[in-house]
Write a protein that binds this ligand. Structure first.
Ligand SMILES: NC(=O)c1ccc[n+]([C@@H]2O[C@H](COP(=O)([O-])OP(=O)(O)OC[C@H]3O[C@@H](n4cnc5c(N)ncnc54)[C@H](OP(=O)(O)O)[C@@H]3O)[C@@H](O)[C@H]2O)c1
Length: 342
């Protein structure tokens, strides 16, 4: 990738060092590209110094590593960056009630401000959640450190994820750009631990998980399975409805259904197990699946297992919701619903 790092301070230089030798063409966007510090960094990392606008214009990915107070002016100098991926590493820090804090939050974020300054760019918030040292060097940590990403463009997040992997991070999609409202305060947690609570700067957050059961991909497909792993589905992340498994093993393990957010039936692909589908589009209109929709779900039946798509309200933000147990209300004749092949 052609990457412009705008700002060559702690973060910019750390990322330049972390990306050195990873096969990217990195440019260092500096107000004075000829200073000794920039020249030394360029020699050390193989990056090319340039004026910020020239660097940004030549890049596919523009990484903003600027002080928040300078952001608006510096961004205005970069041009529109139309279609480019803009990685916003900045935290909108300032003095709040006499202490270092976030100048904005809750109902907006620094990243959303950046997007409003660059409406034609594809902004991704990431690399703001840990100290610069960990961005440059983290292979010694016992767990791969996590770095959340927020952004509205799936392809842009996929590119950011590739860069994060090159920097040694485990990239995790946090959702749309508004989720930057969560990631900027997360930086404050790191700062508080590192600086005020004596933890130092050589640590990072990690996402430590047991058996993976669900993963949102960059293309915003949700892969879900029941706890026993027998039944697996793919569905769009922007889904509506709730899917409940009640195969024997799941009930043994949990004594009840395990539920996952499900999409309209036509959007669900069963990739493993056997599914029986019942769907309601709202509390008022309960119905069994139609042959056409059911065919799409049932055509890839591969193994034992039994599913219901049960009643439930949409839980968009979390993507998951446990609903009331519908097993007692279910009717045996559901199992006789026609399985029409596609
Ligand atoms: N430090 C961390 O550990 C860390 C971690 C995560 C996120 N962040 C965030 O990352 C951002 C950068 O932090 P930092 O510690 O790297 O800051 P820094 O060391 O002060 O570096 C800021 C860089 O921005 C450049 N700059 C300032 N105004 C500019 C302008 N108008 N046009 C172009 N370049 C300009 C500076 O250039 P000159 O050298 O010419 O002044 C400097 O290279 C901040 O928003 C911070 O909150 C920091």
């Amino acid at each position: 990738m052609k990457i412009a790092i705008i700002g060559t301070g702690n973060v910019g230089s750390a990322i330049a060092r972390g990306l050195a030798g990873k096969g990217h063409a990195v440019m260092l966007g500096a107000r004075d590209p000829g200073t000794e510090g920039v020249t030394r960094l360029a020699a050390e990392t193989g990056a090319r110094p340039a004026a910020p606008r020239a660097a940004a214009e030549a890049a596919d990915v523009v990484l903003l590593a600027l002080p928040w107070a300078a952001a608006a002016t510096a961004i205005a100098d970069l041009g529109p960056l139309a279609g480019k991926v803009v990685i916003d590493c900045m935290n909108p820090l300032g003095m709040v009630d006499g202490a270092l804090g976030l100048m904005i939050g809750h109902s907006t974020s620094g990243a959303e401000r950046v997007q409003s300054l660059l409406p034609q760019a594809r902004v991704v918030k990431t690399l703001n959640q840990v100290g610069a040292e960990v961005m440059a060097r983290n292979a010694h940590l016992p767990h791969r450190p996590v770095q959340f990403m927020a952004g509205d463009d799936g392809a842009a997040k996929a590119m950011a994820a590739d860069l994060l992997r090159d920097l040694g991070f485990d990239p995790l999609d946090a959702g749309g750009l508004t989720k930057a409202r969560l990631l900027e305060p997360l930086a404050m947690v790191w700062i508080n631990q590192a600086i005020l609570r004596g933890k130092g700067r050589d640590w990072a957050f990690a996402a430590v998980q047991g058996t993976p059961r669900e993963e949102r991909t960059m293309s915003d497909t949700l892969h879900a399975s029941c706890h026993c792993g027998l039944v697996q589905i793919d569905l769009p992340a922007a889904a509506a409805g709730v899917l409940a498994c009640h195969c024997g093993d799941c009930q043994k393990m949990h004594g009840n259904f395990n539920a996952f957010l499900a999409a309209p039936i036509a959007d669900i692909t069963l990739t493993g197990g056997e599914a029986l589908v019942w769907y309601q589009s709202s509390e008022a209109s309960r119905r069994a699946f139609c042959g056409t929709c059911g065919a799409r779900v049932l055509k890839e039946v591969t193994a034992a297992g039994r599913w219901l798509v049960s009643a439930g309200l949409v839980d968009g933000p979390t993507g998951k919701r446990i609903v009331r147990n519908l097993w007692e209300q279910s009717r045996p004749d559901w199992y006789d619903l026609p399985q029409v092949s596609a």
